[in-house]
Ligand binder design. Structure first.
Ligand SMILES: Nc1ncnc2c1ncn2[C@@H]1O[C@H](COP(=O)(O)OP(=O)(O)OP(=O)(O)O)[C@@H](O)[C@H]1O
Ligand SMILES: [Mg+2]
Length: 263
């Protein structure tokens, strides 16, 4: 699913999170795009926007053929339904079983009554079990989710995202809370699954060696702007140093805002 972003600005009260961002992702055959940059650069804001959880203040954003900037309705529901999200802190419901947590990924596919009554179909159940088997957790299906280790919880997060039948997966620092070995296990698992199914993945990472190993393309944000966008091989150590240790190019004040935002 191609993503196009034109002159995107996102502001929160008096803070600018994204300023004049232009991007064209996944139209070029790249399947894994890494999003990097210092803390506060706007990476999570971009992911939330693509999931339809944050609205653009100015600019245009298409997820597939849907214009997110035109707002709500059925199209927005479709974007939310077809976009799987994986979080740094896993976001499982600890008191529910592992299987129930995976099935939660199917909720957007149910109608209101089915959703309220948690009436999952036989196919949904079978698919949840298949995915748990694939992430190596079938034997834990009936255990409470909060009894699992961090690495295991993130595997449930992956299964929950995939049961949605997503056309796009957004992963916000999926390995930041894990030790190096589990981080690698999770990345291998995630990449293996999305590549087999041909699902584009936009993933925020802080470990640059992981970016080099797993991504086809890298987009670096600094202070709400695109600082670098290109193949991983073009991200030189000099650029990298500049990204994290160079001077800030703009402050996150309201300076430089388009007039539509200041009027
Ligand atoms: N809901 C909000 N209300 C106010 N400001 C916000 C909100 N969400 C994000 N911001 C601000 O927007 C800027 C970008 O935040 P964002 O979370 O996107 O950064 P990030 O690149 O994901 O950082 P990190 O690497 O620390 O996760 C920050 O200055 C942040 O404080
Ligand atoms: Mg973030």
């Amino acid at each position: 699913m191609r993503i196009r972003v034109e002159n995107l600005w996102v502001t929160f009260k008096n803070k600018v999170a994204l300023r004049g961002v232009c991007l064209d992702l996944f139209g070029d055959g790249a399947q894994v795009v890494a999003l990097i940059g210092p803390s506060g650069a706007g990476k999570s804001t971009l992911l939330k926007l693509l999931k339809g959880m944050v609205r653009p203040s100015v600019g245009k954003v298409w997820v597939g053929s849907f214009p997110l900037h035109e707002g709500g309705g059925e199209g927005l529901q479709q974007v939310r339904k077809r976009t799987g999200m994986i979080y740094q802190t896993f976001q499982l419901i600890g008191r529910l079983t592992v299987l129930e947590n995976v099935l939660i990924g199917r909720l957007p596919h149910l109608n209101l009554t089915q959703g309220l009554l948690r009436q999952f179909s036989e196919q949904d159940l079978a698919q949840a079990e298949r995915l748990l088997e694939e992430v190596g957790l079938l034997e834990h299906a009936w255990q409470r989710a909060d009894a699992l280790s961090g690495g295991q919880q993130q595997r449930v997060g992956i299964a929950r995202a995939l049961i949605q039948e997503p056309a796009l997966i957004l992963a916000d620092e999926p390995i930041s809370a894990l030790d190096p070995k589990n981080a690698q296990v999770i990345m291998d698992l995630l990449l293996g699954m999305v590549c087999r199914q041909g699902i584009p993945l936009l993933v925020t990472l802080h470990h640059l060696e992981m970016v080099r190993h797993y991504a086809n393309r890298v987009v670096a944000f600094k202070d709400g702007q695109v600082f670098f966008d290109g193949p991983v091989s073009a991200l030189t150590s000099e650029k990298e140093k500049d990204l994290y240790f160079g001077e800030e190019e703009a402050s996150q004040t309201l300076g430089g805002l388009p007039s539509a935002l200041t009027a």
